[in-house]
Design a protein around this ligand. Structure first.
Ligand SMILES: *Cc1c(COP(=O)(O)O)cnc(C)c1O
Length: 358
């Protein structure tokens, strides 16, 4: 696999003969659009989470939009979301015509700060989008107490718990992504899940327009294909081994980093981390490598491709101030490759590099 002089990529999907067989079986069947595989994938993901069902769609971004529309959120409504996240939640809020209220994060966990969310509540607040970043659940207990419907964004976190509850089971709706680099991948794809069958029915109606009673101007085509669903199903059958491998790698990385200038991921009491991303914090003061850029360049020299885990906080795109924790994390967070498709040699190489980091 890895030889000296090659770069270990920041992420890579775990695909083998199982996914190849699943995909070719669908191709041979002659039915490749939304059908039986999609239905099975929806039920399998819902069963995994202990929810009533799911509605598969074309992406995680589409799932967020469908969730907002299913809840009847639109013009005149406000939706709270963190600044420190990819653009998908903000874009979904724009697409339904609602107003996004950005709030800051908890600096240690990089997740939405429930206190900041409380201060942003207004009579127009209709939902809070709660991304669980990097594999660590947000503070669902505190967020749930705010009394506003939560849309859990589980694109980066499946199988982790907060106060014993599985992520995705607390909000009124939950969304997943099956993009190529996510925990379970299907190339592209997403899902809306809920325990509320009426919301699920509405979500299913929103992903397609054929056979509708009325012609709605916002209707569109957001369907998933059986080809993607079959790959997703093959991935879901492997989820426990994926999670075990991630936990083992995270333990090894943590040990290797003992003498380094990096701050290791923090896991608050009552939460479990499934290490979708292994994100460390690099402060100028503690590193010889002139901060984040220096550390990233040093890792590249060692053949390890690291990345900023969020490209740019939303408030910076929008020219807003007053998000000190998001800024702090943006300037210090570094994601080190951790995924089940790493070979043992690659994992050993990364551990060796982490152990040398000064
Ligand atoms: C990836 C991701 C999305 C968007 O999913 P896509 O399938 O890429 O559209 C939304 N939210 C979070 C937190 C993500 O990581």
């Amino acid at each position: 696999m890895t030889t000296v002089g090659t770069m270990i990529p920041h992420s890579r999907p775990a695909l083998d003969e199982r996914e190849i067989r699943a995909a070719t079986d669908v191709l041979r069947s002659g039915h490749i659009a939304q059908g039986e595989q999609v239905r099975q994938f929806e039920q399998a993901v819902a069963d995994y989470m202990g929810l009533a069902g799911g509605a598969a769609v074309s992406s995680g971004t589409a799932a967020l939009e469908v969730a907002l529309r299913a809840l009847g959120i639109g013009a005149g409504d406000e939706v709270i979301l963190p600044s420190y996240v990819c653009a998908a939640p903000w874009l979904a809020v724009q697409r339904v015509g609602a107003t996004a209220r950005l709030v800051d994060i908890e600096p240690d966990t990089c997740n939405l700060d429930a206190g900041a969310a409380r201060r942003a509540l207004t009579p127009k607040t209709r939902a809070i989008i709660v991304p669980h970043l990097f594999g660590l659940p947000a503070d669902l207990t505190a967020l749930d107490r705010l009394g506003v419907p939560l849309i859990e964004d589980c694109a980066q976190t499946l199988g982790a718990r907060e106060q014993g509850r599985l992520v995705g089971t607390v909000g009124v709706m939950t969304v997943c992504s099956f993009y190529a680099t996510k925990l379970l991948c299907a190339g592209e794809g997403g899902m809306v899940l809920s325990r509320d069958r009426q919301l699920l029915e509405r979500a299913r109606g929103l992903r397609e327009y054929d056979g509708a009673e009325r012609l709605h101007p916002a209707a569109t085509n957001l369907k998933m294909t059986d080809l993607q669903a079959a790959i997703g199903l093959a991935q879901l059958r492997r989820v426990s081994s994926f999670l075990e491998r991630r936990a083992a790698l995270a333990r090894q990385y943590g040990d290797a980093l003992a003498g380094s200038p990096a701050v290791r991921p923090s896991v608050p009491a009552g939460r479990t981390h499934m290490y979708y991303r292994y994100v460390v914090r690099v402060t100028e003061r503690r590193s010889h490598h002139a901060g984040l850029a220096g550390a990233m360049a040093w890792f590249e020299d060692q053949g390890v491709q690291c990345r900023k885990p969020v490209f740019r906080p939303l408030h910076r795109y929008l020219g807003l101030d007053g998000f000190p924790a998001s800024d702090e994390v943006d300037h210090t967070a570094l994601s080190v490759p951790l995924y089940p498709a790493l070979s043992d040699e690659e994992a050993a190489h990364i551990r060796g590099v982490l152990a040398q980091w000064r």
